[in-house]
Design a protein around this ligand. Structure first.
Ligand SMILES: NC(=O)c1ccc[n+]([C@@H]2O[C@H](COP(=O)([O-])OP(=O)(O)OC[C@H]3O[C@@H](n4cnc5c(N)ncnc54)[C@H](OP(=O)(O)O)[C@@H]3O)[C@@H](O)[C@H]2O)c1
Length: 287
């Protein structure tokens, strides 16, 4: 909060990618409630419309800019349109990301079965059954899907005198979970990229940090963490045993950290870090 009760991001342009998703729809609504003019980016218009409706209902301002963040031309066009009509981006939240079930083996470890191709990919697959295209697509969305908007909006911020970028890492940044190799690799890369770009952009008064959420249920992770009747799956139980807080996280759990990292009056000297918001998952050895 700034002097006189005005919120730090009031009247500034905030670009939120993945703004139709579980976590960043909440962040977009929160930024709009604080007076930011929020640009909602994602591939599916209908998801963005839902977020825009929630923002409008609360009296906030947003615009929908559907597009794929791994496509440089698309992101450049969004940046130019927004720059002309609303002014330069001051805050970039790089929330777009995700996994692909085709890049996830069902088996946890190597066994004799790995010597032969799987007979039924949907039910039983090892690491060597995974198609490299699926592997590559996960790397691309989670790495270039952050790098491309950061380059384009980062330059816009530099020209305008500064700004703040917030990236999305994961518990996989620190140690890979089983079954999600390309997702884990790319989330490790996010912490590295966050440090690189923070030091490169410091002279331009652009800060770059990341948040590493713990386990927060979204439409995709529900399939592995929960059973159809809403109970915990075996994997969900394992996660819970390693989470001292004793629950999954929710989008609201991120807001304090996100606002701290975006707000120059609170974190002006903080750049290049990745902050876990994980209910203690990283601290727990699970024994
Ligand atoms: N939920 C968790 O437990 C958790 C934990 C750690 C890290 N994270 C990370 O936090 C971020 C947000 O997660 P979430 O749980 O909110 O996931 P989510 O609900 O799946 O939202 C992600 C959004 O990103 C968009 N997206 C995906 N690929 C895109 C692309 N190429 N271009 C533009 N938009 C794209 C998706 O919309 P479209 O498909 O319509 O494009 C989706 O709405 C992600 O980076 C995720 O990896 C989440």
């Amino acid at each position: 909060m700034m002097e006189g009760g005005k919120q730090y991001c009031a009247d500034s342009v905030a670009v939120v990618t993945g703004a139709g998703g579980t976590l960043c729809s909440r962040i977009a609504v929160d930024l709009a409630a604080k007076g930011a003019k929020v640009v909602l980016v994602g591939r599916t218009r209908e998801k963005l419309e839902k977020t825009a409706a929630a923002i409008a209902e609360a009296g906030g301002v947003s615009r929908i800019e559907p597009g794929d963040v791994t496509d440089e031309k698309v992101v450049q066009a969004i940046a130019e349109r927004v720059g002309l009509e609303w002014g330069p981006c001051r805050y970039l939240v790089n929330g777009a990301g995700g996994n692909n079930v085709k890049a996830m083996p069902t088996r946890l470890r190597f066994s004799e079965a790995d010597y032969a191709p799987t007979a039924d990919f949907a039910k039983d697959r090892g690491f060597f059954d995974i198609d490299m295209e699926a592997f590559r697509s996960v790397l691309e969305i989670n790495t270039l899907g952050t790098v491309i908007p950061s380059r384009i909006f980062g330059l816009q911020m530099a020209r305008a005198g500064g700004g703040v970028i917030l990236n999305f890492a994961s518990m996989n940044t620190y140690r890979p979970l089983t079954r999600v190799a390309p997702y884990a690799m790319s989330k490790a890369a996010i912490a590295n990229w966050t440090m690189f770009f923070a030091q490169y952009m410091a002279p331009a008064k652009v800060r770059v940090n990341a948040v590493a959420p713990g386990f927060m249920v979204n439409e995709r992770s529900k399939q592995y963490l929960m059973t159809p009747d809403g109970g915990l799956s075996a994997r969900g139980e394992q996660v819970m045993r390693h989470t001292p807080a004793g629950r999954f996280g929710e989008a609201d759990d991120l807001l304090g950290c996100v606002n701290w990292l975006l707000d120059d009056s609170a974190s002006a000297f903080v750049t290049g870090i990745t902050v876990p918001v994980d209910g203690g998952f990283l601290a727990s050895a699970g024994v």
